[in-house]
Ligand binder design. Structure first.
Ligand code: NDP
Length: 513
C-alpha cells in the first residue's frame, strides 16, 4: 500500500505485491456517512486484469499450493483466521468508512464470521473425500475405480458493496481450501477492506494465490469473467448483472456460481411470541439499512393481530438511532451512495402512489455531524398488497412492506409469488407448524423465530432467480472442485474385457485380426 500525505492510495494486489494500474489512473472512495474522501484506489483496466490472472495461473500451474496435503492447507486456513482477528481493528475501520456498516455489527459479527469460515473450511478439508474408492462393479466389468476431487484452477470473484469483506471470504475460503488460486474484483464503492484482506492472507500463502484488481465493473469485471485463463466465476450482486455474468462466462463455459437478489417473505403466525417476533422482524429488515440480499422485506401478518403488530413495529422502529457507523451507539448507518438513496426514495414514492400507507419514515434524514451523508429513516408501509412494486422489486434500503393475510395458505402462496427465493422466515410457538410452513417455502434458507442467522457449516444460496449454487457449508467446497473418475480394469485377459465382444464379435479370437 503506498502512503500519500493525508489520503492513502491503495494499489492492486498482484502476485503478493502492491501494483499501480498500468495507466496510472485512480478513483476516489468516499465515506457514505460523511461524503469525505477516504482513499484513492488504482483504477484497473483489462491489462491489469491480465497481469493478475497470469499471476494466479502461474501460482496454480507451477506452484505447490494445489499439491499441499489437506492437513497442511488446513493449517494455513487456521492461520488466516488468526490473521483476520489480529488485524480486526484495521479491517473494521476500512469496512465501516467505505460501506457504512456499523462498527458494532462488523466487530461483533463480520470479523467472527470470517474467522469462523476459514476455521470451518479447515475442518472440512481434513475429512474431505479427495480420493474415494468405489466397490468393484458387476457392470461394465471388474474394475478398480477412484473418484478424485481436484481444484478447478484459477477462480474469479466479483463482489458487491454491501458486505464486502464477508462476501469476499465466502469465495476466498472454499477456493483456497480446495487448492485453487483466485482473482477478486471488489465493488468500486468498497474495495479497501478486500485489498487489506488480500495483503493479510498473502502473509501466509504463496504469491499469486490471492490477487485483487479494483475498477469499474463493465471494464475490470467483464475482463475478468471473460478471461480465457479463468476457470471459474463466482459473483454476488444484482440479478441483472448476474444474468450478464452468466452469459459472459458461457463464452468459455466457465463453472459459475451466482448469489443474487431477494425479496424475502417473513410470515408471522397468530400464535407468534410478539415480544420476540417484532424486534426480530425489524432486525431482519433494517440491519445495515436494509442493504442485505436476504433482508426480510415482506412481512405477512394475519388479520387478527394486524393492528397490534403494526403499532408495535412502528413504536419499536421509531426508537432506532441513525448515525455515523463509527459511533458505537449508532443503530442504523447510511445507505451506500447518493444514487442508491435516490433509488430508495423513488421506491418510497412508488409505494405512496400505489396506495400503500406510510406508517413510519419515508424520507431522507440529516444526521448531525454527517452533513453530506446518505441517510434514510427506517420506513414502514402498511396496507401493502403483494402485487405492488414495493413488494415485488428488491429495494435494497430500509423499507418494510407489511402485507395482511386471512389464511396461512394465502400467506404461503403470496410468499412464494416472487422471482426470488433466497431467504424466508416464520414466527410461531408451534414448531411442528413452523416445519410444515418451512417445507412449503421456496427459499434457500428458512429461519424459524429468527433472521440473518448464517452458519459457516450450512449452505447459503438461492432458489429461482436468487442464484445458482451454494456458498459456505460443505457444498461450497464442491463448487470449487472438479471431479475425475479413474478406472483401472481388473480383467487381465483380452476376452474378459466387456468391450471385446462388442467390437470384435463373439466368434473372433484373440490375435486373429
Ligand atoms: P451490481 O450487481 O451492479 O454490482 C455488483 C458487482 O458487480 C460490483 O463489483 C460491480 O462493479 C460488478 N459489475 C457491475 N457490472 C458488471 C459487469 N458488466 N461485468 C462484471 N462485473 C460487473 O450492484 P450495484 O452496485 O449496481 O447495486 C444495484 C442493485 O443490486 C442494488 O440496489 C441491489 O438491489 C442489488 N445488489 C444485490 C446484492 C446482493 O448481495 N445480492 C449486493 C449489491 C447489490 P462496480 O462496483 O465497479 O460497478
Amino acid at each position: 500500500m503506498a502512503v500519500e500525505i493525508g489520503v492513502q492510495t491503495f494499489y492492486h494486489f498482484i502476485n503478493g505485491k502492491w501494483e499501480p494500474s498500468v495507466n496510472g489512473e485512480t478513483f476516489d472512495v468516499l465515506n457514505p456517512a460523511t461524503g469525505e474522501l477516504v482513499a484513492r484506489v488504482a483504477k484497473g483496466t483489462a491489462e491489469d486484469v491480465d497481469r493478475a490472472v497470469k499471476a494466479a495461473r502461474d501460482a496454480y500451474d507451477q506452484g505447490d499450493w494445489k499439491n499441499m496435503k489437506p492437513g497442511d492447507r488446513a493449517n494455513v486456513l487456521n492461520l488466516i483466521a488468526y490473521q483476520i482477528t489480529e488485524h480486526a481493528e484495521e479491517l473494521i475501520f476500512l469496512e465501516s468508512v467505505s460501506s457504512g456498516g456499523t462498527v458494532r455489527r462488523i466487530k461483533s459479527n463480520d470479523i467472527l464470521q470470517m474467522a469462523d469460515l476459514f476455521q470451518t473450511m479447515a475442518k472440512f478439508i481434513v475429512e474431505y473425500p479427495f480420493s474415494e474408492a468405489l466397490p468393484v462393479p458387476s457392470f461394465p466389468g471388474p474394475a478398480q475405480s477412484f473418484i478424485w476431487r481436484e481444484p478447478i484452477g484459477v477462480c474469479a470473484a466479483v463482489t458487491p458493496w454491501n458486505l464486502p469483506m464477508v462476501i469476499a471470504t465466502w469465495k476466498i475460503a472454499p477456493a483456497l481450501a480446495m487448492g485453487n488460486t483466485i482473482v477478486l474484483k471488489p465493488a468500486s464503492y468498497t474495495p479497501l477492506s478486500t485489498l487489506k484482506l488480500a495483503e493479510i492472507i498473502s502473509n501466509v500463502v504463496p504469491p499469486g494465490v490471492i490477487n485483487v484488481v479494483s475498477g469499474p465493473g463493465d471494464e475490470v469485471g467483464e475482463a475478468l469473467v471473460t478471461h480465457p485463463q479463468v476457470d471459474k466465476v463466482a459473483f454476488t450482486g444484482s440479478t441483472e448483472v448476474g444474468r450478464r455474468i452468466m452469459s459472459f462466462a458461457s463464452g468459455t463455459v466457465k463453472k459459475t456460481t451466482l448469489e443474487l437478489g431477494g425479496k424475502s417473505p417473513n410470515i408471522l403466525l397468530e400464535d407468534a411470541d410478539l415480544e420476540l417476533a417484532l424486534p426480530g422482524s425489524l432486525f431482519g429488515v433494517f440491519l445495515h439499512s436494509g442493504q442485505l440480499c436476504e433482508s426480510g422485506t415482506r412481512l405477512f401478518v394475519p388479520d387478527k393481530i394486524y393492528e397490534k403488530v403494526v403499532e408495535g413495529l412502528v413504536a419499536l422502529a421509531s426508537k432506532l438511532k441513525l448515525g455515523n457507523p463509527l459511533d458505537p451507539s449508532t443503530d442504523v448507518g447510511p445507505v451506500i451512495s447518493k444514487k442508491q438513496k435516490e433509488t430508495i426514495l423513488s421506491y418510497i414514492e412508488a409505494g405512496k402512489k400505489e396506495g400503500a400507507t406510510l406508517a413510519l419514515g419515508g424520507k431522507e434524514v440529516q444526521v448531525p455531524g454527517c452533513k453530506k451523508g446518505h441517510f434514510i429513516a427506517p420506513t414502514i408501509f402498511t396496507n401493502v398488497t403483494n402485487d405492488m412494486k414495493i413488494a415485488k422489486e428488491e429495494i435494497f434500503g430500509p423499507v418494510l412492506s407489511v402485507i395482511r393475510y386471512s389464511h396461512l395458505e394465502e400467506a404461503i402462496r403470496m410468499a412464494n409469488d416472487t422471482i426470488y427465493g433466497l431467504a424466508a422466515g416464520v414466527w410461531t410457538r408451534d414448531v411442528n407448524q413452523a416445519y410444515e410452513v418451512a417445507r412449503k417455502l421456496q427459499a434457500g434458507v428458512v429461519w424459524i423465530n429468527d433472521w440473518h442467522m448464517l452458519r459457516s457449516d450450512a449452505p447459503f444460496g438461492g432458489y429461482k432467480q436468487s442464484g445458482i449454487g451454494r456458498e459456505m457449508g460443505k457444498d461450497s467446497l464442491d463448487a470449487y472442485t472438479q471431479v475425475k473418475h479413474v478406472y483401472t480394469s481388473m480383467a487381465s485377459e483380452l476376452d474378459r474385457r466387456p468391450w471385446y465382444g462388442i467390437l470384435f464379435g463373439e466368434n473372433e479370437g484373440r490375435g486373429e485380426a
